[in-house]
Design a protein. Structure first.
Length: 134
């Protein structure tokens, strides 16, 4: 495991962003914005996506000063499952790791958990040690 991050966001903090085109385009990708705005409670989806972005940064162990832009991390809702798509500096920080994410909302809060699974070379069951030949 490379890292695990969590974040919780007050939905009220994000709710007014849906009426602020500049803020939306700064923080969210076109795909995130379109997906959220097509839903009845768009502010909840925006809050969940925002929480995923924050949780990812915690999972890689750096702050926003590490050169990552908000849109470098996309939280895409695919059939009740969150898929994280990385770009630019976020992709560099993650390396070859696989990103797993989950997000949920209550009436007032959005929560996200991100785990980054490190790619391992394999395991040699005979020796009980990592297999470097893969």
């Amino acid at each position: 495991m490379k890292g695990i991050g969590t974040d919780i966001v007050e939905i009220a903090r994000v709710k007014h962003w849906k009426d602020d085109a500049d803020m939306l385009s700064l923080v969210f990708s076109r795909g995130e914005r379109d997906a959220a705005m097509s839903r009845k409670c768009s502010h909840r989806h925006l809050a969940a996506a925002f929480a995923v972005k924050e949780a990812f940064m915690k999972a890689v162990g750096v702050g926003w000063g590490a050169g990552v832009q908000w849109q470098d991390i996309e939280a895409l809702d695919e059939h009740c499952r969150v898929r994280v798509k990385l770009h630019n500096r976020a992709k560099e920080l993650c390396g070859e790791g696989t990103v797993h994410a989950s997000a949920c909302c209550s009436r007032y809060m959005a929560l996200a958990v991100v785990a980054i699974e490190e790619i391992s070379k394999g395991w040699n069951s005979a020796s009980g040690k990592p297999d470097d030949s893969l």
